[in-house]
Design a protein around this ligand. Structure first.
Ligand SMILES: Nc1nc2c(c(=O)[nH]1)N[C@H]1C(S)=C(S)[C@@H](COP(=O)(O)O)O[C@H]1N2
Ligand SMILES: [Mo]
Length: 317
């Protein structure tokens, strides 16, 4: 029966399961069967329902537009820390591990500190917010975020009278974020809001989407969502929140001050120097569908227009 025993060099590499892969698979199978048992026991129907945030309050601010599919939200991304192509983040962020994670809150506040993400998020009530999302490049999506109002958090930290702006900083770790080995952007990615923008009820700290944790490529474990501004203001994988007296320099403004202003409010009347901002393409819609007219403040004028009264939005673009 010796013909059954293959010599090592007869074994194709595809037949070899390495130890670690084998253990991972076993762990996975174990977890799957446990989860299945628990769900069936609880009267649920399928594994698909085992989400991190199964029950969420629905927000009055939610858009009624048709949702972009989870698949599209996860496979068409901008996240230069994981590559500059739209499909790069899904591929290159696969092994990014956002746990454990800590966040530093500092600057012009009464109670600075460094927190484990779990402790940082615990005090706030999570809800689902369906927002339109408009990238400066001219595409848009409709995303059901899971998060809490940034205002709730800011109140806890008691900003001083000098706190005029809030700056956000992404993780800087070349080991975990391979795209940072290349200086396509000045790392770490930073963004900022005026304090009244940060306190606006629409401004969200997101920890998930579609009822589940944030996919790595969408900014796990925590990112900013400011639905009336262009996509790049929505900074991902935040490790630091700093309250400042002076306007922070955001990454895209730093490398292209004529193209990317600090405000970057969605505004069909202010063209990007190299293209119009009047229309947008909804990701997931067939290519022959008509383009959508982009709305002032991405359709959120009622909630945010007052923040800019008296400002020339062509100058403060
Ligand atoms: N840290 C970090 N945050 C980022 C970016 C990035 O490259 N790095 N890209 C921005 C841009 S240009 C957009 S359009 C959105 C994309 O978010 P999404 O991939 O979840 O749709 O993230 C923004 N936040
Ligand atoms: Mo973007």
């Amino acid at each position: 029966m010796s013909f059954l025993i293959k010599k090592p060099d007869d074994i194709k590499s595809s037949e070899i399961t390495s130890q670690s892969v084998y253990h991972e698979r076993r762990e996975f199978i174990k977890k799957m069967s446990l989860a299945t048992t628990a769900l069936i026991g609880a009267g649920h129907l399928s594994l698909a329902e085992a989400k991190a945030y199964p029950e969420l309050a629905k927000s009055q601010f939610s858009s009624a537009d048709k949702l972009t599919s989870l698949d599209d939200i996860k496979s068409y991304n901008n996240f230069y820390e994981f590559g500059t192509g739209k499909v790069d983040p899904a591929k290159n962020a696969k092994n990014f591990n956002p746990k454990p994670w800590s966040i530093a809150v500092e600057g012009e506040i009464e109670k600075p500190g460094v927190f484990d993400l779990e402790d940082f998020v615990k005090p706030y009530a999570l809800e689902e917010r369906i927002y339109r999302f408009r990238c400066v490049e001219g595409w848009s999506m409709v995303i059901p975020w899971v998060g809490f109002p940034l205002a709730d958090m800011i109140k806890q930290f008691k900003p001083t009278s000098k706190a005029k702006y809030v700056e956000f900083v992404t993780l800087y770790d070349k080991e975990k974020m391979p795209g940072q080995a290349i200086r396509v952007l000045p790392w770490p990615y930073t963004e900022g809001l005026r304090i009244d923008e940060a306190m606006n009820p629409l401004t969200l700290m997101a920890v998930g989407l579609y009822g589940d944790e944030l996919p790595n490529q969408n900014g796990a474990p925590i990112r900013l969502v400011v639905p009336w501004k262009y996509g790049f203001k929505n900074i991902k994988s935040i490790v630091k929140i700093r309250f400042t007296e002076h306007e922070p320099v955001s990454t895209w403004h730093k490398i292209g001050p004529k193209e990317y202003g600090f405000y970057s409010n969605v505004n069909p009347d202010v063209d990007h120097p190299r293209w119009s901002q009047k229309t947008e393409r909804r990701i997931g819609e067939p290519f022959w569908s008509p383009k959508i007219q982009t709305q002032m403040f991405n359709g959120y004028s009622e909630q945010v227009a007052h923040l800019y009264s008296g400002m020339d939005l062509k100058r403060f673009f």
